[in-house]
Design a protein around this ligand. Structure first.
Ligand code: GCO
Ligand code: CA
Length: 263
């Protein structure tokens, strides 16, 4: 029964961040497929508690922890706690990410380093910590949340593009080193989705909003629940021979050079 391959019953999934936006949408999809969910807050306990309430309002039970995923000591302590109190992590989604829209020539080093830290180094730290038990258990799924900026530049998001481009190659190297242990490591690259992170870009009448609608063959911004199927696929047995791939869910954006507006 092919659909059984997509079941996540009995699986434990940590979606880093996961308190809003695409991370929450992906966590809900994984939960609906049967997984037990872990999410983590970083700066605000209040935001974490609000997220847990939102999940519970949909009948989904999630475990929420405070953890700065750029802090190796905190990550190691949290993973040890999870493995002792809840279980081994079967599915890791490296979703937590930030973006700073600043022209490179103006960008302070501290801002550059913070973007690289969260968007590229944290996936290394968390994956290296979690993969140890995956190797011992000879099974695991790691999904790195990439971006259109894993493939394309865009003005003013240079640090983010460098991090997301690096995350694409880190995904391939993780697959290279860990596929032999029956661990599948892949990337998931959302196109332009309607979230709080892109809200500044979606102001009605805003040139960028019209640009994206025209640049995307599907002619629209993605909706968060349109990412669920792809993340369940990459988290499930249905993708057991898929490794080192970046699955782009972008309405066709990367497939085309675009077209003159109005055509
Ligand atoms: C931007 C957007 C993008 C999207 C996403 C595209 O400023 O261009 O925020 O970065 O969020 O990463 O895949
Ligand atoms: Ca289990």
């Amino acid at each position: 029964m092919i659909l059984q391959q997509f079941s996540l019953t009995g699986k434990l999934a940590w979606i880093t961040g996961g308190t809003h936006g695409l991370g929450m949408a992906m966590a809900k999809a994984l939960a609906q497929a049967g997984a037990t969910i872990i999410v983590n807050g970083n700066s605000s306990r209040e935001k974490l508690d609000q997220a847990i309430q939102e999940y519970q309002a949909e009948g989904l039970t999630v475990h929420g922890f405070m953890c700065d995923v750029t802090n190796q000591q905190q990550v190691r302590e949290l993973v040890a706690h999870i493995e002792k109190e809840i279980g081994f992590i079967d599915i890791l989604v490296n979703n937590a990410g930030i973006i700073k829209r600043i022209p490179l020539v103006e960008m302070d080093l501290i801002d550059w380093q913070q973007v690289i830290d969260v968007d590229l180094t944290a996936p290394f730290i968390v994956s290296q910590t979690v993969v140890k038990s995956m190797i011992e258990r000879q099974q695991g799924k790691i999904i790195n949340i990439c971006s259109m900026m894993s493939e394309l530049g865009r003005q003013n998001v240079g640090a983010y593009a460098a991090a997301k481009g690096g995350l694409k190659m880190l995904t391939r190297n993780m697959a290279t080193e860990w596929a032999r242990y029956n661990i599948q490591v892949n990337g998931l690259g959302p196109g332009y989705f309607a979230t709080s992170q892109t809200a500044p870009l979606r102001v009605a009448g805003n040139a960028f909003h019209e640009f994206i609608v025209n640049r995307t063959p599907a002619g629209k911004w993605g909706e968060p629940d349109e990412l669920g199927g792809a993340v369940v696929f990459l988290a499930s047995a249905a993708s057991n021979f898929v490794n080192g791939q970046i699955l782009y869910v972008d309405g066709g954006l990367l497939a085309t050079i675009g077209k003159p507006s109005g055509e």
